[in-house]
Design a protein around this ligand. Structure first.
Ligand code: SER
Length: 587
């Protein structure tokens, strides 16, 4: 049976039995407890707790019409991040489709079991066995479901505990309850949840109106009905797998197929690549797919620009297949729009990828912090680092990487508070802001690094470079300067290398007071936008830098550790901005 025929047979079966057919909701869920939709019941959550009424409340997926029935069925676009790491084997996916029928105050166990069993009989799926909830301290054994299965002639009924046979809620709060599961070829295919409880603040309260929430893995059903040995052999993936073609390992083909399909669906639902939340999941998928493509062509000896120019064609062809295979069932899947957004991310990634790969290959050992800094500096997510140099991240788990990311987020949050809150700042020169003595030490280091940076920019890019602005928080320096184009990767590396050389040579930092005129005549740099007093301080660093400045500064450049440019951007025409950090400062 073809995938599309399975979808239609499911919906028709339930429509004939009084269910309203409801289109899939977006992957960007309304349910605030999750980032992305993970189950079909999410768009129906309010009906279980009677916060919405099936007969009167407008339903978003029905253009605001009420459900008009206590039973509904849907095929839901779903996404689970827990399996991202496993993709590449025969079974795991990120994006998947979930077939489901639901009842809120309508039918309960008996009819739910009957419907599921009859649907399997109708489409010719043979059951291996079923499972029921074994019971524990919080909820009793489900003897009723066991008896119902046996009455239907299913004798192999196994008792599974809470880990397997108690479902929900999604997130911290919502309907949940024991389940009974249908197994085919040793795999759980359909999960019938009997929502009897509402979990809130860690407590289970009985639901006034009991409900049914079923979810069947569409891909698993397709495997069974098509006699395939894996989902990648079903017609859901075959056209994609064929197009991806030779030269990749089977595992790489599966990752490319899964990630391009998932990215297409996320993009079509309005998710955009970002550094956090759903956007970060999407970014990881896109970048991993791109790096697989990139590495393969590198290995085959292609040059950078040939790889770049072939990317739109390769991924564009995959998106066209996705639109063709799925577009008649799910709205909004436009290959050209998906491609446009995908390419924006691809271009951003490719700008730093080769520098990132070079840097990664140079590193002999790596800590979680180093790994995260490769993301921060070159946009290499964990999976991409692992793809390029698996041996280097062997001892670093994704959780370690995430912890570094969390630390970094906290630090940026603190930075933002210090900057915008302005509360309790112990130092605020306008340019430098610190809330504690520890932060004063940090901004002082970054301040001296800023002077080194300006001197080095002028020696690498020429003396037209002039300061246009500077802002220093405990986490980073931000330096604006006049220059009319983006720095090349080589220039960025040169600047970093020279600043680091000056740090290593441990130059002393001196301060002299003198009249303004004299200071300017001496050739010391000054900031044109600033008005200076009659008597000014001039800070010098060895022989390389002289600036009019109010301080504070460190005394020796050797107090700084490695200097890194984190980001460069354009502020306005002719003005560039660099963000940089020094190691050892709160990152
Ligand atoms: N909510 C249950 C699941 O996701 C059944 O739909 O498995």
């Amino acid at each position: 049976m073809k995938a599309q025929d399975i979808r239609l047979s499911f919906l028709k079966f339930f429509e004939k039995r009084g269910h309203t057919i409801v289109p899939s909701s977006s992957l960007l869920s309304d349910d605030p407890s999750v980032l992305l939709t993970t189950a079909g019941m999410q768009q129906f959550k309010p009906y279980y707790s009677q916060k919405a009424d099936p007969m009167t409340s407008p339903h978003p997926s029905l253009s605001g019409k009420p459900l008009g029935s206590y039973s509904v069925a849907s095929i839901q676009k779903s996404f689970r991040t827990t399996d991202i790491d496993e993709v590449g084997d025969a079974t795991h996916l990120t994006f998947f489709e979930m077939l489901g029928n639901f009842s809120f105050g309508g039918y309960f166990k008996e009819q739910a079991i009957t419907l599921a069993h009859e649907y399997f009989q109708e489409i010719g799926v043979e059951l291996d066995f079923v499972t029921v909830f074994a019971g524990d301290d919080e909820a009793p054994k489900d003897t009723e479901s066991e008896a119902l299965w046996k009455q239907r002639g299913v004798q192999d009924v196994r008792h599974y505990d809470r880990d397997d046979n108690f479902w929900g809620p999604t997130g911290e709060e919502g309907p949940c309850g024991p389940c009974t599961e249908l197994y085919v070829n040793g795999v759980e295919v359909w999960n019938l949840v009997f929502n009897e409880y509402y979990k809130k603040d860690g407590k289970y309260e009985p639901l006034k109106v009991r409900g049914v929430d079923t979810g069947m893995g569409f891909e698993r059903l397709a495997i069974a009905l098509q006699g395939a040995s894996s989902v990648f052999e079903t017609d859901l993936f075959q056209p994609l797998m064929r197009k991806i073609g030779d030269g990749f390992t089977e595992e790489q083909k599966r990752i490319l197929a899964d990630h391009s399909r998932a990215s297409a669906f996320l993009l079509s639902d309005g998710v955009r690549p970002a550094n956090k939340e759903a956007g970060y999941i999407l970014r990881r998928l896109i970048r991993r797919a791109l790096v697989l493509y990139y590495l393969k062509h590198k290995q085959e000896g292609a040059n950078e620009s040939a790889i770049r120019t072939s990317i739109p064609e390769f991924f564009g062809a995959l998106f066209a297949i996705i639109e063709k295979e799925y577009g008649f069932f799910y709205t909004g899947l436009s290959a050209s729009r998906i491609q446009e957004e995908f390419m924006k991310e691809a271009e951003a990634f490719l700008k730093t990828l080769s520098a990132g790969v070079r840097q990664l290959r140079k590193m002999d050992t790596m800590t979680a912090k180093d790994a995260f800094s490769l993301y921060e500096r070159f946009g290499l997510p964990y999976e991409v680092i692992r793809e390029i140099a698996p041996e280097k991240v062997q001892s670093i788990s994704y959780e370690d990487f995430q912890k570094e990311q969390e630390k970094h987020r906290e630090a940026s949050k603190r930075g933002a508070e210090a900057k915008f809150g302005g509360h309790g700042l112990v130092l605020n020169t306008g340019e430098l802001k610190a809330r504690t003595q520890e932060e004063v030490a940090q901004v002082t280091q970054l301040h001296t690094a800023t002077h080194l940076l300006q001197a080095v920019l002028r020696s690498v890019l020429g003396s037209t470079v002039k300061q246009a602005g500077s802002d220093i928080t405990a986490e980073r320096l931000r330096f604006d300067f006049s220059f009319d184009r983006r720095l090349t990767d080589e220039e960025v590396q040169q600047v970093e290398a020279l600043v680091n050389e000056y740090i290593e040579s441990d130059m002393s930092v001196r301060c002299e007071e003198m009249p303004y005129e004299e200071a300017v005549k001496s050739g010391a740099l000054y900031f044109e936008k600033e008005t200076y007093p009659q008597a000014v301080k001039v800070y010098s660093i060895g022989e390389v830098s002289q600036e009019l400045c109010g301080g504070p500064h460190i005394q020796h450049t050797g107090e700084l550790k490695g200097f890194r440019i984190v980001k460069q951007e354009s502020v306005s025409a002719g003005v560039r901005r660099i963000r940089a950090v020094v190691d050892g400062v709160a990152q």
